[in-house]
Design a protein around this ligand. Structure first.
Ligand code: ADP
Ligand code: MG
Length: 282
């Protein structure tokens, strides 16, 4: 019998077994939740065992999969008062490769609850440790703020993925996000890397979309994913039917865009895995 994965291939400083992706942008309405849900679903479709974690008190991701009345234990119980273990809040979905750890509004109390605790930024990292071996990918949806929830996500992650809406002033505010990223890299999580920036809500008929695409490309260069997520009404509709775009409208442009993004994400993660191996071996 093979030893457990972590013994088989001991993780050096930069290496990782499970790719953990924080989806963050402190602006609201830029497509974080839509990207977290449908990127996770598209990765799961490629038979990668995927855990989607909802860290937004608004619980939009959770509502897409469950009735909140059926959610007994949530991320608040894990991070706030330790009434639940991570494994105890994870729920299966219709896709056998996709699992969801739901949020509840109570998460909004976390900031206050954790204030003054020296290990506040490490709560999620510690909680995830026992379940990491069970997943290939973990995707974390975050609230539109750079508070303790987003910091917990970034401290626990291997990669940061930033959705930017194709709209004027879209780049404003990303400075603050990147500053937080640099601070987290400096101390609690030097292994964190930016996986990429993805343009969302792109409408090829408008000058606004074309102009902002050019601007975002000039700022971010090759960090920008080739795939753009176009505006697609099916993406807006699917949560109301408690479906991801992959099951709700698999032939829609929205499903195709997230399918393409998932391929790019998997490719970048694999390339990074090889790069980190080489760095650690050198
Ligand atoms: P955030 O999580 O950043 O606040 P959401 O993912 O909730 O953003 O998106 C905000 C709104 O825009 C939601 O109503 C969502 O359904 C809609 N939306 C997001 N992406 C798209 C898209 N590509 N096409 C059409 N509507 C979208
Ligand atoms: Mg959201």
């Amino acid at each position: 019998m093979l030893p457990p994965r972590e013994e088989f291939c001991p993780a050096a400083a930069g290496q990782f077994m499970t790719a953990i992706l924080t989806i963050a942008n402190q602006k609201g309405g830029v497509g974080k939740t839509t990207t977290a849900i449908n990127l996770a679903a598209a990765i799961a479709q490629r038979k990668k065992k995927t855990l989607l974690i909802d860290l937004d008190p608004q619980s939009n991701t959770s509502i897409t999969f469950f009735d909140l009345a059926d959610v007994q234990a949530s991320m608040f119980d894990v991070l706030g008062d330790h009434r639940a273990e991570m494994a105890g809040v994870i729920k299966p979905t219709k896709d056998p490769f996709l699992f969801v750890a739901p949020a509840r509004l109570a998460l909004a109390k976390l900031e206050q609850q954790l204030s003054g605790q020296f290990d506040a930024p490490f709560k999620l990292k510690d909680a995830l440790a026992p379940v990491l071996k069970d997943y290939d990918y973990i995707v974390i949806d975050t609230p539109p703020a750079l508070g303790i929830l987003t910091v917990n996500a970034m401290v626990a992650s291997t990669h940061l993925l930033v959705p930017i809406q194709a709209a004027y002033f879209a780049i404003e505010g990303t400075d603050d996000l990147l500053e937080t990223y640099e601070r987290i890299r400096a101390r609690p999580n030097p292994a964190l890397k930016v996986l990429g920036v993805v343009i969302t809500l792109y409408d090829k008929r408008t000058n606004i979309s074309r102009d902002t695409h050019e601007q975002i490309r000039s700022v971010f260069g090759s960090v920008l994913f080739k795939t753009r997520i176009g505006k697609n009404v099916r993406l807006e509709e699917s949560p109301a039917y408690k479906e991801t775009i992959m099951t709700f409208a698999p032939k829609s442009p929205g499903a195709k865009d997230y399918g393409k993004l998932a391929l790019e994400v998997i490719q970048r993660v694999e390339e990074d895995r090889i790069a980190r191996h080489a760095e650690d071996a050198a």
